[in-house]
Structure formats: structure tokens, C-alpha cells
Design a protein around this ligand. Structure first.
Ligand SMILES: Cc1cc2nc3c(=O)[nH]c(=O)nc-3n(C[C@H](O)[C@H](O)[C@H](O)COP(=O)(O)O)c2cc1C
Length: 217
């Protein structure tokens, strides 16, 4: 009798697991496969980015940030204008000090003041770039985002990293840029070391990505 109850229970459990697995395959598309039906491929373009110079992970002391290099490649290829998000108080040159400051800002969900501004209202397509900081967007990027009305804009994220890739930050951008069509799952992730030290390879990634997106100059 006990054996029979056990067999029935195991079978029922198996059936539940199987139906759950099928449901996840045939169910709602995951967010990163979103079709972005309202995504624009033509119009006025802007590249907005934040990038840290000085001592950086895996690349030593750099004069031009990894994300900055990719931002320039995108702007050159698409004819976009560019705007660099610069914190009013720059992040420290020293890597460990930069880490400490970034950690405190992340913990506090801070919105550090930034220098200047750019009127994004004039643009249709905005490429938004930043480094991966623990699977988060650096807080100063949110400062910029929250100053603007993103309704009707197409936002295309790009990131540099040292192994974590996009790390779900594109979904965070989608949550922050309210009313925008954010290209979740279609952003570009380039390793910082490649951006810094193998620019031919980085350029190829940028060009292939723009071709796939069908973004016209
Ligand atoms: C505060 C901080 C946190 C970081 N966290 C990560 C991480 O979680 N994953 C990762 O792959 N890289 C991480 N990195 C490395 C950067 O994403 C990488 O070096 C990036 O290319 C830096 O770009 P930038 O020169 O434009 O600032 C971190 C770097 C810093 C300074």
C-alpha cells in the first residue's frame, strides 16, 4: 500500500514538473526576446555615456575610458552626436578608492550630481553606454536618466565589462527610462580590455551589431 502511494505521488510530481517545463518553453516570451516593434532605426541620434578614466580593472591606467572608446565608435559609425555624463565630483583615479566610492553610492542608491546636461528631447534614438559595476548601472547614469522625459525615444544600451557582460542592466535601463522603447536583449557588451587593447576587434563588434540592428546613418 505504502509503495503504491509513493509511486502515485512520484508520478504526480513528475507530471507537475513536466508541465511546468513545457509551459516555460511555450509560454510568454522572456523579456530579452522582446520584439521592440516600436524601435526606430532612423532619425536623429545621440550617444550618451559614462566612462571612468585613471586606474581601471585589468587594463592599468587609462587616459580614455573603455566605454568612451566604444561610444566614439558608435557615434562615428552612425553620425550621432555625443554627450559624456561627468559626475560633478569625479570618481577617484585610484581603482580601490573608486570601488569604495561606487560601493557607497550603490548601497545608498545615490544620485550623484553631474556636470552639464543634454537636451535629449531633440533626438529619436539614444545609445546609452556605461561600465558594468556589479551588475548595476553606475548611479550617475540614473542622475542623467531621471532628469529627462523618455517618452517615445528608442534607447539602445551598450556596456563594457570584464566578464559579466550586460548583466541584466538593460532591464534596469528599461525600468528607468519610462515611456521609451528600450532594446532589451539587443544591446552591445564589449570587454573593456578588448575596447582598450584590440580596437580592430571592438570595431568589428560595433559594426556587426549596428548592421544587425539595421541602424542607418
Ligand atoms: C566599481 C566597479 C565595479 C565593477 N564591477 C564589475 C562587474 O561586476 N563585472 C564586470 O565584468 N566588470 C566589473 N568592473 C569592470 C568594468 O566594468 C570594466 O573595467 C569596464 O570596461 C570599465 O569601463 P570604463 O573604462 O568605461 O569605466 C567593475 C569596475 C568598477 C570600477
Amino acid at each position: 500500500m505504502i509503495k503504491r502511494i509513493l509511486t502515485v505521488t512520484l508520478f504526480a510530481l513528475g507530471a507537475i514538473l513536466l508541465s511546468a517545463a513545457c509551459a516555460s518553453e511555450t509560454g510568454k516570451k522572456p523579456e530579452n526576446k522582446k520584439e521592440n516593434k516600436n524601435m526606430k532605426t532612423e532619425g536623429k541620434k545621440l550617444v550618451v555615456f559614462f566612462s571612468h578614466t585613471g586606474e581601471n580593472y585589468n587594463v592599468g591606467v587609462i587616459e580614455k575610458g573603455n566605454t568612451h572608446i566604444i561610444a566614439d565608435m558608435i557615434a562615428d559609425a552612425t553620425g550621432a552626436d555625443r554627450f559624456e555624463i561627468e559626475p560633478a565630483t569625479p570618481y577617484p583615479h585610484n581603482y580601490n578608492e573608486c570601488i569604495e566610492k561606487a560601493k557607497k553610492e550603490k548601497q545608498a542608491n545615490a544620485r550623484p550630481a553631474i556636470k552639464g546636461d543634454k537636451n535629449i528631447e531633440d533626438y529619436d534614438i539614444i545609445f546609452l553606454g556605461y561600465p558594468n559595476w556589479w551588475g548595476e548601472v553606475p548611479m550617475c547614469v540614473y542622475t542623467f536618466i531621471e532628469k529627462h522625459d523618455w517618452n517615445g525615444k528608442t534607447v539602445i544600451p551598450f556596456i563594457t565589462h570584464e566578464g559579466s557582460g550586460m548583466g541584466g542592466t538593460d532591464r534596469k535601463i528599461a525600468g528607468a527610462c519610462k515611456g521609451a522603447e528600450v532594446a532589451v536583449g539587443k544591446g552591445l557588451a564589449v570587454q573593456g580590455k578588448v575596447a582598450q587593447e584590440n580596437q580592430a576587434a571592438a570595431q568589428k563588434s560595433v559594426d556587426n551589431w549596428l548592421n544587425d540592428l539595421k541602424i542607418k546613418r
